[in-house]
Design a protein around this ligand. Structure first.
Ligand code: SF4
Ligand code: SF4
Length: 228
């Protein structure tokens, strides 16, 4: 697996119709199928709406390979299942050459007392180490026109250049995610409108990433036993 870039918007590249599947993992982690479906929906709708917005504005998306200013000093909200996805991917699928660097980042992150001013702990060698399961905000955040400058808060400096994710697409995603919280179908729309998922979320930089190290160790020991 190659080290993925941060943003992959390229109008020449279409998204696959089918989502990525991990049958063995999905059998072990019942929540994973809905999360992967939701991420796929998010990617497809983001691309569709970016295409439409680009045509409407006549301005290109600034996000490009290697651009990661938005991974530094940001508050990234994550729901419990997005966090589980990060834990799962980092412990079970992260390529070996990235594990060491991620461990170093997490150790630094702890030493810095989970400060939000630093780079996201998952930013490794200038790219997202957990790209396939990066949170929704990371998947949907795009800027038109000029790339963001270091330290720039685009919500304040030029909110008009921000890509606004579709409310209807977000509602569709909630139909994948809310049942994971035990929400019945008839309550999904109402709870979506009430911001149920975001109220249950945390900020990525405040998560106890040291527990992820333990989880990575356990998964590695399991793999070693399995292959012994
Ligand atoms: S949102 Fe801004 S910093 Fe992030 S990839 Fe796009 S242009 Fe770069
Ligand atoms: S998870 Fe972290 S490194 Fe990955 S895209 Fe989001 S902010 Fe950037």
């Amino acid at each position: 697996m190659t080290h993925q870039r941060i943003h992959n918007y390229d109008p020449r590249v279409r998204h696959p119709e089918e989502r990525v599947r991990h049958p063995e993992h999905e059998a072990r982690h019942p929540w994973l199928t809905r999360l992967l479906r939701a991420y796929h929906l998010s990617d497809v709708s983001t691309r569709l709406h970016l295409d439409r917005e680009t045509a409407r504005r006549g301005v290109r998306v600034a996000c490009a390979q290697g651009c990661h200013t938005c991974c530094v000093g940001q508050h990234i909200p994550v729901s419990a299942f997005e966090a589980l996805g990060l834990w799962w991917y980092a412990a079970e699928l992260l390529p070996v050459h990235l594990r060491h660097s991620l461990r170093g980042n997490i150790a630094r992150h702890d030493a810095e007392h989970h400060e939000s001013t630093t780079a996201c702990a998952f930013l490794v060698e200038g790219a997202c180490s957990v790209y396939p399961v990066r949170p929704f905000v990371c998947r949907q955040h795009h800027t038109f026109g000029t790339p963001c400058q270091p330290g720039e808060n685009i919500h304040e400096t030029r909110p008009g250049d921000l890509f606004r994710y579709s409310n209807e697409a977000a509602r569709e995603i909630s139909w994948q995610l809310l049942p994971l919280y035990g929400v019945a179908e008839e309550d999904i729309d109402r709870l979506y409108e009430n911001g149920y998922i975001s109220r249950k979320g945390r900020l990525l930089h405040t998560l106890p990433l040291e527990h992820l190290l333990t989880h990575m160790d356990t998964a590695a020991a399991h793999r070693n036993r399995h292959h012994a």
